[in-house]
Ligand binder design. Structure first.
Ligand code: PEP
Ligand code: MN
Length: 461
């Protein structure tokens, strides 16, 4: 097994720890690809296993302390990006637009709520999708469902829909080149707070961008004042930016799990943060078993079927020592259910002494399909779920610690509403997602302004 690049001390993992990393293979593993040639699949996995880690254990530890601060109410976490990244869209322009959108939202939140924002992309690895059906039928033809670019192609042909192990290797390389560009943008001066106006350039003029410009002017004045007063803003040249994805394909996650040579513990180096999806969080399932054994900060999606008892057992498995920053619960109840479904879970978590980071995913409980067949969401439902999330935490005295949103920096028309009033007829004009509908640039900024207001109210309590 590869060691991470840390030199002293070199602590090997115990044989039990290493063996444990494969225990998931003895359990039921849902939502995996079915490769038709096991030797071809094994060769692809071996190639990923031989590659360098994408992230380092020290970064992962740092993220954990940031998430611990958010869990305690001292920071807010922003996770944003595509539902499903594609290989084709891993271009400089698209990646830059998404990073800019996240930076802009973070500035709105930081300034509006006077709170540090932990920035995380659903990026550089968000390639695998769980599906409700194994197959898709169009006009009498049935083929395997699209499971994300790391498994098969979207085109509706037998060749494209075949589960192709070579895609695991391409997934690794696409994650690496995306991450490289993200690191360049966020470490090389582009994310400098003094560039706050330039992030807005290139986006269409619209009300959200105008509001953002106003805020950017205020920030400029504050920065210039502080600089004149002797503050050193070169410190702000770099921002911390973390990557996150659903850790769905266990062969891939396992192949990138390495032993941290400082302390002998396993770290999944495919991204900083990985989460278990709503469809694979069974207490006795393979995903929970694998995630128990890695040291990354991890997330679990929590939908409306979760009971207090199940949550307690899940937390006991994934965070037995109640370590700050270890576990994030990403709630996705739906706008109409959050107010009754979330409070009992918040109260239960207090009873069993869990202090997870609670994040809202206001997207996945609010999906609808239009009569014309587009998967979409109403911006108003997204907002309503966020408001319900804040209300529930206010009632329970717990911390609303962040949000996970599907967004893009492009001017797509995938979600209904927002101040551009995207309607059902407009959806067709620029609907690009291969999976779930994303907030466009303007809707993302609008959401950030609204959440900043809620957070400001919350911290003034
Ligand atoms: C997702 O985040 O894209 C997703 C599939 O979510 P969930 O597991 O909550 O349905
Ligand atoms: Mn999705």
């Amino acid at each position: 097994m590869l060691q991470s690049s840390f030199e002293d001390p070199v602590v090997p993992a115990s044989p039990e720890v290493v063996a444990g990393l494969d225990h998931w293979r003895t359990l039921e593993v849902l939502q995996q690809p079915t490769w038709d040639d096991p030797a071809e699949a094994e060769a692809a996995v071996a190639e990923v296993r031989s590659m360098p880690p994408l992230v380092f254990a020290g970064e992962i530890d740092q993220l954990r302390t940031r998430l611990a601060a958010a869990a305690a109410g001292h920071a807010f976490v922003l996770q944003g990006g595509d539902c499903a990244e594609t290989f084709e869209a891993a271009t400089a322009d698209r990646i830059r637009a998404r990073v800019k959108t996240i930076l802009q939202m973070a500035v709105v939140l930081t300034y509006g709520a006077s709170m540090p924002v932990v920035k995380m992309g659903r990026m550089a690895g968000q390639f695998a999708k769980p599906r409700s059906s194994d197959t898709e039928t169009r006009g009498g033809t049935t083929l395997p469902a699209y499971r994300g670019d790391i498994v098969n192609g979207y085109d509706f042909t037998p060749e494209s829909r075949r589960h192709d192990p070579a895609r695991l290797v391409r997934g690794y390389h696409t994650a690496a080149s995306t991450l490289n560009l993200v690191r360049a943008f966020t470490q090389g001066g582009f994310a400098d707070l003094r560039e706050v106006h330039s992030w807005n350039r290139g986006f269409a003029a619209n009300p959200a961008n105008q509001r953002y410009e106003g805020l950017a002017r205020e920030i400029d004045l504050a920065v210039r004042f502080m600089e004149a007063a002797g503050a050193d803003f070169d410190e702000l040249k770099r921002v911390e930016f973390y990557t996150a994805h659903e850790g769905l394909l266990l062969e891939y996650e396992r192949a990138l799990t390495r032993i941290d040579s400082r302390n002998g513990t396993p770290v999944d180096t495919s991204g900083h943060f990985v989460w278990i999806g709503e469809r694979t969080r069974q207490l006795d399932g393979a995903h929970v078993d694998f995630f128990r054994r890695i040291r990354n900060p991890i997330g679990v999606k929590v939908g409306p079927s979760m009971t207090a008892d199940e949550l307690e057992r899940l937390v006991d498995l994934l965070d037995p020592d109640r370590e700050p920053g270890r576990l994030t619960l990403i709630t996705r109840m739906g706008a109409s259910r959050i107010r009754e479904a979330l409070p009992p879970l918040l109260e239960a978590a207090k009873r069993f002494a869990a202090t997870p980071l609670w994040i809202t995913d206001p997207m996945h409980g609010n999906g609808i399909t239009t009569p014309t067949g587009y998967k979409t969401r109403r911006f108003d439902d997204v907002v309503e779920e966020v408001l319900g999330f804040f209300e529930a935490h206010r009632g329970a005295g717990t911390h609303p610690g962040g949000m996970n949103v599907e967004l893009t920096g492009d001017d797509v028309t995938e979600c209904l509403g927002g101040s551009e009033h995207i309607d059902e007829a407009t959806l067709a004009t620029r609907y690009e997602s291969l999976c779930d509908p994303r907030l466009n640039h303007m809707q993302s900024l609008e959401l950030a302004f609204l959440v900043a207001e809620e957070l400001a109210k919350y911290s003034e309590r």
